[in-house]
Design a protein around this ligand. Structure first.
Ligand code: NIG
Ligand code: FE
Length: 419
C-alpha cells in the first residue's frame, strides 16, 4: 500500500496530550485527555491530518519535511479567550500603590485604574498603540498561545474605540496568531459622562454600536457589569442593542459584587460570562442551563489580591464548562502567560493539571466560538501546537514562573524557536 502524502511530520513526541472534540468539556470530561506516548502527527495544508502513535503515523504517511520533537511533550497551543493587550502607557505606579495598601477599587474610584489607561490611549496615535501592543502579542505567542481574543475598551468614545479596533485588526495581519476581536465600549463610563451615566448608555446604543457594526471590526460585544460601572438593566439594554446589530455577546460578570451578571449572560445567550468571583448559586444554575461558558481569570484575583477565587468546583459540579484566560491588562493582570495561569488554576481553583489544560485549549476555543478549528490535536483542526521543554503535561503548572516553551507551530509552520 502506498503512503499518503502530508506536508510535514512531527515525530518522536514523547508525550502528546490533548482534549478531544469541538464542544466544550463539562464536569468529569474536563479531565479526560487523550495521552499518547511515542506519538507523531502529520500536517497538510496547515491542518492536522493524522495524530497517533509514531509507528502508525509513519506507517501511513510520508512528507517532504520532518521535525523531530526530541522526546518532548506536545499539546495544543493555548487559546487565551479574554485579553485587553491593546492599550497605551503602563501602570506600575498603581501596582506600587497597591503594594502600599491601596485597593484596586480605591484607585479606580480616585480616577486611576481603567480611566488612566483611557487617557493614555486617547492621546496616543494608532501607530504608537500598535508599536506598544505588538511586543505583548509576540510574548503571548512565545509563551505558547496561538489564538487570542483582544478587546477594545480604553477609548470610551467612538473614534478611539474604532482606533483600538483598527490596531487589533493590524495586529492580526502582523503576527501568526489567530485574533478574535471584541468591542468593549462599555468598559467604564468616561470622565465626560460621569454626571450623565445614562447619556453614555444612549451614546453606546445610538452611535457606538452601530458605528462598530458598520466597520466590521468586531465579532463580539462585551461589557463590565459591576457596581459603580454598568448595572444589570443598563447592561441588558446595551447588550440587546449589540445583539440586534449582529454581535455575539460576552460579559465581565459578578467579578467583585454579585449583581446578577451571570443570569443576564444566560438570559441573553452570551457565549461566555467571565470573572465570576462573586457569582451566586442562582447564577451558577443559570449558566448551567444556558450552556454559557464560564471564563475564569485566577491571574486577576491573584494580582489584585482578592480573597475569594471563582467557585470553580461548584461550577464544574453544576455542569458549567470552565475556560481559563490571562485577562492580560495593565491594571488587574499584567501577564501574557497562560503558563502561570495553569499554576494559579491548579492551586486556587482546585483544577487538576488535566482540567486546567482542557480549560485553556478546547474550552477556551469554545469560549470564543472557535471550537471547530482549534483547541485540540485532532485531524481536521488547525495544526497549532507547542513542543515543550518537559516530558509530561503536569510539568506545565508544576514548574512555574518560567517559560517552558521550546517550539510553537501555527498552522503547520514553526513560528517560535527551533528544534
Ligand atoms: O478584566 N474588569 C474590568 N476590566 C479589566 C481591568 C482593566 C484595567 O484595570 O485596566 C479586567 O480586570
Ligand atoms: Fe477583562
Amino acid at each position: 500500500m502506498s503512503k499518503k502524502r502530508a506536508d510535514l511530520l512531527i515525530t518522536n513526541i514523547g508525550q502528546l496530550a490533548t482534549p478531544r472534540g469541538k464542544k466544550p468539556a463539562r464536569g468529569e470530561k474536563m479531565s479526560n485527555l487523550r495521552v499518547i506516548r511515542d506519538a507523531a502527527v502529520a500536517v497538510k495544508d496547515g491542518d492536522l491530518t493524522a495524530v497517533g502513535t509514531g509507528e502508525k503515523v509513519l506507517h501511513d504517511y510520508t512528507a517532504p519535511k520532518e521535525l523531530d520533537a526530541g522526546g518532548h511533550l506536545v499539546t495544543p497551543g493555548f487559546v487565551d479567550p479574554h485579553t485587553h493587550i491593546v492599550f497605551a502607557g503602563s501602570r506600575e505606579q498603581e501596582f506600587e500603590m497597591r503594594c502600599q495598601g491601596a485597593s484596586y477599587k480605591e484607585i479606580a474610584l480616585a480616577g486611576g485604574g481603567i480611566l488612566s489607561t483611557v487617557l493614555a490611549t486617547r492621546e496616543a496615535s494608532e501607530d504608537e498603540i500598535l508599536d506598544q501592543s505588538l511586543p505583548r502579542l509576540k510574548r503571548c505567542l512565545e509563551f505558547g498561545t496561538t489564538t487570542v481574543e483582544i478587546k477594545s475598551g480604553y477609548g470610551l468614545d467612538t473614534a478611539t474605540e474604532l482606533k483600538m479596533l483598527r490596531v487589533i485588526d493590524r495586529l492580526r495581519k502582523k503576527t501568526p496568531l489567530d485574533v478574535v476581536s471584541t468591542f468593549l465600549g462599555a468598559h467604564e463610563v468616561p470622565p465626560e459622562y460621569r454626571s450623565d451615566r445614562d447619556g453614555y448608555v444612549r451614546l453606546l446604543i445610538e452611535q457606538m454600536i452601530p458605528a462598530v457594526a458598520e466597520s466590521g471590526l468586531a465579532e463580539f460585544t462585551d461589557i463590565f457589569t459591576e457596581q459603580h460601572v454598568f448595572d444589570v438593566s443598563q447592561s441588558r439594554r446595551i447588550l440587546q442593542a449589540a445583539k440586534e446589530a449582529g454581535f455575539k455577546l460576552r460579559l465581565h460578570a459578578d467579578e467583585i459584587v454579585s449583581l446578577g451578571g451571570a443570569q443576564l449572560a444566560a438570559e441573553l445567550q452570551a457565549v461566555s460570562a467571565d470573572h465570576l468571583g462573586a457569582i451566586s448559586a442562582r447564577g451558577i444554575k443559570a449558566l448551567a442551563e444556558s450552556g454559557t461558558i464560564a471564563v475564569l481569570l485566577p491571574g486577576t484575583t491573584f494580582f489584585i489580591n482578592l480573597e475569594s477565587y471563582a467557585p470553580a468546583t461548584a461550577l464544574k459540579e453544576a455542569g458549567v464548562a470552565i475556560a481559563l484566560s490571562t485577562d492580560c491588562n495593565p491594571g488587574s493582570s499584567m501577564t501574557e502567560s497562560m503558563q502561570i495561569i495553569q499554576t494559579l488554576a491548579c492551586l486556587y481553583l482546585d483544577l487538576p493539571p488535566a482540567e486546567a489544560l482542557s480549560a485553556s485549549t478546547l474550552n477556551a476555543a469554545c469560549a470564543i466560538d472557535r471550537g471547530d478549528r482549534v483547541g485540540t490535536l485532532e485531524p481536521g483542526k488547525q495544526a497549532d501546537l507547542v513542543i515543550w521543554d518537559c516530558a509530561d503535561y503536569r510539568a506545565i503548572p508544576y514548574h512555574y514562573g518560567v517559560n517552558l516553551v521550546r517550539t510553537v507551530i501555527k498552522k503547520g509552520k514553526v513560528v517560535v524557536g527551533g528544534l
